[in-house]
Design a protein around this ligand. Structure first.
Ligand code: CP
Length: 314
């Protein structure tokens, strides 16, 4: 079956195909449309082994708007709590013949492993520190809408890069589309060897933000710091939190992004996050529904074989 496990295997033309279709869905939704039939004969199961607000809600809405039967597995109340493994859980749900499985899991590689055991399309909704492909796609669509293009932009990704699957998927996608990516993080939160991906690294916001078109902020992911050094929030905001003074180093028309959930006063000033002249955070959420509709529509076309011979997503 076709899957979307990460940005890594995607070709730039496949990324553009997703964004173009998502753009159509976004415009139609803004015009008031709420129902389509692209998934009318499909069953979608959402399996979230880690907390989520945006991703789970938007995958559910996207599936429902496209006409799928959508089921959310409450993993907290499932038989996982009785010791059933991830794979046995997946095989059990697979036996109910879903067409699409949307999976979030705290372990990097878990969604990939699961995709090898089932015979439906699997979408990675975030696996550990590895990838969060639909987040990078919705970020890309938001940037393209705000800037009118998705190439030759200077984009700063700031904060806890080391623990972030959002950063990883964005670095891969923005690099494939020929943008300049800058990473800004304290040395303890910058992954070693990341320069291999063609990015520039900074440990100072003022320098790193100079003349960028896009500023993407990340949360401190304490749940993945497993006993390691956790910076004090006050000190962190002082040095790495985005506020108007630090943003003044970016281009005057630079946009501010955050995948959410955000911690106001830690990585971003609350007033700036709410400033509709700079912040596109709510538009990111809106594009999240459109991008997930596009991804599931394209996978469904592929499942039906209507796009043969070339797979939309392999
Ligand atoms: N951006 C994101 O993945 O948010 P959730 O964890 O709320 O889904």
């Amino acid at each position: 079956a076709p899957h979307l496990l990460g940005i890594e295997p995607l070709h730039p033309t496949e990324i553009t195909t997703v964004l173009d279709l998502a753009q159509t869905y976004a415009e139609d939704a803004r015009a008031g449309r709420r129902h389509w039939d692209a998934l009318a004969d499909m069953t979608q199961i959402n399996m979230f082994f880690e907390n989520s607000t945006r991703t789970q809600a938007s995958f559910e809405l996207a599936g429902k708007r496209l006409g799928a039967d959508v089921m959310n597995m409450g993993m907290q109340t499932s038989s996982v709590k009785k010791g059933e493994t991830l794979i046995d859980t997946a095989l059990t749900l697979n036996a109910m013949r879903p067409d699409l499985l949307v999976v979030r899991h705290p372990n990097s590689g878990a969604v990939d492993l699961l995709s090898q055991k089932v015979n439906c399309a699997v979408i990675n909704a975030g696996d550990g520190r590895h990838e969060h492909p639909t987040q990078a796609l919705l970020d890309a669509l938001t940037i393209r809408r705000a800037k009118g293009r998705l190439h030759r932009l200077s984009i700063a990704v700031c904060g806890d890069i080391a623990h972030s699957r959002v950063a990883r998927s964005n670095i891969l996608l923005l690099g494939k589309m020929e943008n300049r990516v800058r990473l800004i993080a304290p040395p303890t939160l910058m992954p070693s060897g990341v320069e291999e991906f063609g990015v520039e690294c900074f440990d100072n916001m003022e320098e790193g933000l100079r003349d960028v078109d896009v500023v993407m902020m990340l949360r401190l992911q304490k749940e993945r710091m497993d006993g390691g050094f956790i910076p004090s929030e006050r000190e962190y905001f002082h040095r790495y939190g985005l506020d108007a003074a630090k943003l003044a180093h970016a281009r005057p028309d630079a946009i501010v992004m955050h995948p959410g959930p955000m911690n106001r006063g830690v990585e971003i000033d609350g007033t700036l996050a709410d400033d509709i002249n700079r912040s596109v955070i709510q538009e990111q959420v809106e594009m999240g529904v459109a991008v997930r509709m596009a991804v599931m529509d394209l996978l469904a076309r592929n499942l039906r074989g209507t796009r043969a011979p070339r797979e939309v997503m392999a």
